[in-house]
Design a protein around this ligand. Structure first.
Ligand SMILES: *[C@@H]1O[C@H](CO)[C@@H](O)[C@H](O)[C@H]1NC(C)=O
Length: 369
C-alpha cells in the first residue's frame, strides 16, 4: 500500500519534472535516442555534467587495501556519446588493484602522488610487461589486457585512469576464474581437487586488496583477513558439488578491520551511499536502507511531491472559484455575453476592453509617424 502510493507520488513527480525520479538507465536510453548533442544537452541539468568522485552514490569497489570509484555511462549519463570514462584509485598503503581486464577500453593510468608497480599480459605469446610508474607518469594498458597496479608507498596515493569507452567494463581475473564450474577450474589447473578450489576461492579478497608481502612488511602491515564478497555468485550451472558447501560469502567491508582508512566523507554522503551498495545498482530507490532506516532520498521526494500537489490543489480551487464568480456576474445582467467568448484570445479582449485598435506596437518598433 505504502509502496503503491509511493510509486504514484513518483509518477506524479516524474510528470512534473521529466528528469526527477528518472532512473539512470532511463536517462541513458533517452540520451541515446536524442538526435543531436543539442538535444542531449537539453535532457541534462548543468550539474549532471559533473561527477563527484569523493562522494559517489555508486561505482565504488571497496576492499581491505583501499577503494576505486568509477564514472561510466551506467552511473554518469552525461558520458553518452563521448566515448570516455574514468576511474579514480584511492589506494591505501600497499593497496593493490588486483589483476583484471577492461573488455571494451584501453586505460591510461596516471600516478598522481606515489609510485605504482604495474604490469600487464597482452595476449598469448606476448611477454610480461612490468613498470614502476613514478608520480607524474602514466601507464597505458591496451584494451583487453590483464593488468594490475599496486601502491608501493606506505601512505595513501591516488591514480587517475582514463578510458576510451563510456562503458569500459571490468573483469576481475581471480574472482571470475574461480567462479567457473569447479570441475572445469580443476581440469584447467591440472586436475587439482575441488576441496582446494573451494579453499582458494574463499580467500580471494575484494578489490582494492592488500599488496605484496614485501610491501606489507616494509610498511609494518599485516594481512589479518579481508572481505571476500566480490566472488562470482554460484548458480546451478557453476555450483560446488554436494558435500562442498563452500565458504559462505564474507561480510561486507563495514566493520571489517582494514589497514586502510577511507577518506573522511561528510555524513550526508555516507547517508546517500548507504542507500546504494555497489552490488545492487539497479537504479531503483528503496524505501529503507540496509539499516532499516527510511531512505532520506524518498523522504525528500515525498516532501517535494507533497508541496507540488498542494500547489496544484490551490490553483485548481482558485480556478473553480473564479469561474463561479464569472458565471455569477454574467447571469447578473451582462446582456452582451456571447457563447464562446470564453475562448476568445486574450489579446482580442484586451483590444476591445481598452478600445485600443491601432497597429501592434512593441518596444522594438520604430515610433510611428
Ligand atoms: C596523495 O593525495 C591524497 C589526496 O589528496 C592524499 O590523501 C594522500 O595523502 C597523498 N599521498 C601522498 C603520498 O602525498
Amino acid at each position: 500500500m505504502l509502496t503503491k502510493s509511493l510509486y504514484l507520488l513518483l509518477a506524479v513527480s516524474a510528470m512534473v519534472s521529466p528528469t526527477l525520479g528518472q532512473s539512470p538507465a532511463q536517462k541513458v536510453a533517452d540520451l541515446r535516442l536524442a538526435a543531436s548533442m543539442v538535444d542531449r544537452v537539453k535532457l541534462l541539468q548543468d550539474n549532471e555534467f559533473v561527477f563527484d568522485f569523493l562522494h559517489p552514490i555508486s561505482g565504488e569497489s571497496d576492499g581491505g587495501g583501499g577503494h576505486t570509484v568509477s564514472a561510466s555511462v551506467g552511473n554518469f549519463p552525461a558520458l553518452v556519446g563521448t566515448g570516455m570514462a574514468m576511474t579514480i584509485g584511492f589506494l591505501g598503503p600497499c593497496g593493490y588493484n588486483t589483476p583484471h581486464t577492461h573488455p571494451r577500453a584501453t586505460e591510461f593510468n596516471f600516478a598522481v602522488n606515489g609510485t605504482l608497480q604495474t604490469g600487464f599480459l597482452a595476449e598469448n605469446g606476448a611477454r610480461f610487461v612490468f613498470n614502476e610508474v613514478p608520480p607524474g607518469s602514466a601507464a597505458i594498458f591496451p584494451k583487453g589486457v590483464i593488468h594490475f597496479e599496486m601502491n608501493t608507498e606506505c601512505e595513501d596515493v591516488l591514480f587517475v585512469a582514463a578510458f576510451n569507452d563510456e562503458d569500459p567494463g571490468v573483469d576481475q581475473i581471480a574472482q571470475r576464474f574461480f567462479g567457473l564450474p569447479p570441475k572445469f577450474v580443476a581440469a584447467a589447473l591440472g586436475d587439482i581437487g575441488i576441496e582446494q578450489i573451494a579453499g582458494l576461492e574463499s580467500k580471494i579478497p575484494n578489490n582494492v586488496a592488500l599488496g605484496t608481502e614485501e610491501c606489507l612488511k616494509r610498511c609494518g602491515l599485516t594481512n589479518s583477513g579481508q572481505p571476500t564478497s566480490q566472488r562470482q555468485p554460484r548458480v546451478a550451472a557453476n555450483a560446488l558439488p554436494s558435500g562442498y558447501s563452500g565458504p559462505s560469502a564474507a561480510a561486507a567491508p563495514s566493520g571489517t578491520p582494514t589497514h586502510y582508512a577511507t577518506p573522511a566523507t561528510s555524513p550526508a554522503a555516507v547517508a546517500v551511499s548507504a542507500t546504494a551498495s555497489p552490488t545492487s545498482l539497479s537504479g531503483q530507490l528503496s524505501l529503507n536502507d540496509e539499516s532499516g532506516k527510511t531512505n532520506p532520498v524518498i523522504i525528500a521526494l515525498i516532501v517535494i511531491v507533497g508541496v507540488l500537489l498542494a500547489g496544484y490543489a490551490f490553483i485548481i480551487v482558485g480556478w473553480c472559484l473564479r469561474r463561479r464568480n464569472e458565471k455569477k456576474s454574467r447571469s447578473g445582467g451582462n446582456k452582451y455575453f456571447k457563447p464562446g467568448a470564453d475562448f476568445a484570445p486574450q489579446a482580442a479582449s484586451f483590444h476591445s476592453d481598452k478600445g485600443y485598435g491601432g497597429p501592434h506596437s512593441t518596444p522594438y518598433d520604430p515610433p510611428t509617424q
